[in-house]
Design a protein around this ligand. Structure first.
Ligand SMILES: Nc1ncnc2c1ncn2[C@@H]1O[C@H](COP(=O)(O)OP(=O)(O)OP(=O)(O)O)[C@@H](O)[C@H]1O
Length: 550
């Protein structure tokens, strides 16, 4: 069971304590039942003329034992589940952070997000049922031992009825699992449509035909979800009704069949009937939990499968023997470096390289090329996010590999074209307020935001302004290399000019090595050098070369 694996109850002492409290809780319930029956018999035999303090005291004592055992059992199971979920959530988080970037891109954000949030929620929300179910099993076992002690025939008849009930129940459960599987798929499809609506709300508003088609496709998938949902819930209801009917059959078996074959056993009959009535609660809990278990088990399976998948694509990094690279370097060199996307349809193959390139410390290098020529791919190789398929990348004499890649990445600050702006300046320990203000003013956004307590006061800004904050963050990180991918694409002409003629030369003057992907042919002359890509092939061009210009 994946759920048990998730809980990873390695601590034998804890397992033992859980078993003991489960047994105490079950035995306690059965003992209470026995006491009730004994008291009832006494009253029927002797009449009620005085309080039987021994029985009443035992009842109170056993209730206390039962109470504490039950509290310990349920709260420990709840805590184990929460800490199990916490463990897997943290593991998934760390595994995502450490996974091979290109393979992680292939898994896709939605599945990762769904597993970290939705799947953990399904388990967490129903954790009380898991504990209740365990406790109900214990109680049923204890009550059945009690029944066995009163009448062997009744015991075997009840076992028979429960056995048949379980077989039917499990068969129904299998069908239910299939329907939940279908439901999960159709739900994922429906979430995609809703995400399309949220992310593409402007485009949807702007064209009624697009809106209609999206609406229709949503209606279809939503209706399908309703149908599958109804089917699944119908099966759940039938399962529950079947479970409760089996319970009534139990009563009937005891009331009608046991006396026919056991002679005069009126008192035993009433004791067994009470025992069966005692079982109604635990049986109801178990019936209810079974369908929830299918969902919990599904969520646990998905999370553990994802975790195994992520551990299989963990980036090859030697964390035990890392090679620390100095901040000063002479050159980064590509030697016959190639890269292809692993998930790429071979019919539309794209190969970057072989690339031979040397980037010298302190230079301002522009990368140009048409759409799809491979600029962003080159940038991801240069930043160490992608690892070369063939050839080498060196920093001075050190070839980038498992020991040096992490340290190499630490040298490079980036603003990618699809960058993410963190409100917190993670990793920037001490921010000099004067320096921060200098850059905010220089980037002409000091009137809309500020840096306070290590974070931007607001990031709810225009896309061009957010890009400016992205670059300020990169500058404040104080790393020797800065890589920008089409940074100026959404800047207004005035600021664009400032960026190319003032900010970039200033960063270079401060000793930074700047590598910038750009389409802005007006400013190509500002670079020290320009390299140009065409269909994955790189050539060094002069600054006034017509390639890459209109
Ligand atoms: N994650 C990916 N999986 C598979 N193929 C990809 C992926 N990302 C990019 N490609 C392909 O690699 C090629 C180069 O893409 P790249 O993003 O490097 O181009 P680019 O020069 O940066 O283009 P643009 O100027 O449009 O940003 C393209 O054919 C693109 O379709």
């Amino acid at each position: 069971m994946k759920l048990l694996e998730l809980l990873s109850l390695e601590d034998n002492k804890l397992k033992l304590r859980l078993m003991v409290s489960g047994v105490l809780s079950g035995l306690g319930s059965a003992a209470l039942l026995g006491l009730v029956n004994t008291a009832a018999q006494e009253i029927s035999d002797n009449g009620l003329d005085r309080v039987n303090w021994v029985l009443a005291g035992s009842f109170a004592g056993i209730t206390l034992v039962y109470f504490f055992a039950e509290v310990f059992l349920l709260s420990t199971i709840g805590r184990q589940i929460e800490s199990g979920i916490d463990r897997i959530r943290q593991r998934l988080f760390a595994q995502i952070a450490l996974a091979d970037f290109v393979k992680l891109e292939a898994i896709g954000q939605e599945r990762l997000f769904k597993n970290i949030t939705q799947s953990t929620r399904v388990i967490s929300q129903n954790s009380h049922l898991i504990g209740m179910c365990f406790r109900s099993v214990m109680l049923l076992i204890a009550v059945m031992i009690y029944v066995f002690w009163i009448s062997t025939l009744a015991f075997f008849l009840i076992i028979g009825v429960i056995g048949v009930g379980i077989v039917i129940y499990l068969r129904m459960g299998k069908r239910l699992g299939e329907w939940f599987g279908k439901l999960g798929l159709v739900e994922a499809e429906m979430f995609k449509k809703i995400a399309d609506l949220f992310r593409g709300i402007k485009e949807v508003r702007m064209w009624s035909r697009r809106s209609d088609t999206l609406h229709r496709s949503f209606e279809e998938v939503s209706a399908k979800k309703a149908e599958y949902g109804h089917k699944a819930h119908d099966l759940i209801s039938r399962q529950m009704i079947m479970g409760m009917s089996a319970f009534y059959i139990l009563l009937a078996v005891v009331v009608f069949i046991v006396p026919a074959y056991s002679g005069n056993m009126t008192t035993e009959l009433s004791k067994i009937s009470t025992a069966i009535l005692f079982m109604i609660g635990p049986i109801a809990v178990m019936v209810q939990s079974m369908s929830v278990f299918a969902q919990i088990e599904g969520s646990a399976t998905r999370m553990l499968e994802l975790s195994t998948e992520l551990s299989g694509i963990r980036e090859d990094i030697d964390e035990e023997h890392p090679k620390k690279l100095p901040a000063e370097f002479g050159q980064i060199t590509f030697e016959a470096t190639t890269f292809t996307y692993p998930n790429r349809d071979p019919r539309h193959g794209f190969v970057l390289g072989p690339i031979d390139l040397a980037v010298t410390s302190g230079e301002l290098l522009f990368v140009t090329g048409g759409n799809g020529s491979g600029k962003s791919t080159l940038i991801k190789l240069l930043t160490g996010l992608y690892r070369p398929e063939g050839g080498k990348i060196r920093i001075d004499q050190i070839e980038l590999g498992v020991q040096s890649i992490a340290s190499y990445r630490n040298l490079i600050a980036t603003v990618f074209s699809d960058f993410h702006l963190f409100a917190d300046l993670h990793g920037v320990d001490q921010i000099d307020p004067e320096e921060a203000n200098h850059w905010l003013e220089r980037f002409e956004i000091s009137h809309v935001t500020a840096i306070r307590d290590g974070r931007f006061v607001t990031t709810a800004l225009s896309s061009g302004q957010r890009k400016r904050l992205g670059l300020i963050t990169a500058i404040l990180e104080k790393r020797p290399i800065l890589v920008l991918d089409e940074w100026a694409a959404d800047q207004d002409p005035t600021f664009r000019k400032k960026f190319y003629t003032d900010i970039l030369p200033d960063l270079k003057k401060r000793g930074m090595t700047v590598i910038a992907v750009t389409h802005d042919d007006h400013y190509f002359e500002m670079a020290d050098r320009r390299i140009h890509l065409e269909n994955g092939k790189l050539s060094e061009v002069t600054l006034d070369d017509p390639r890459g210009r209109i």
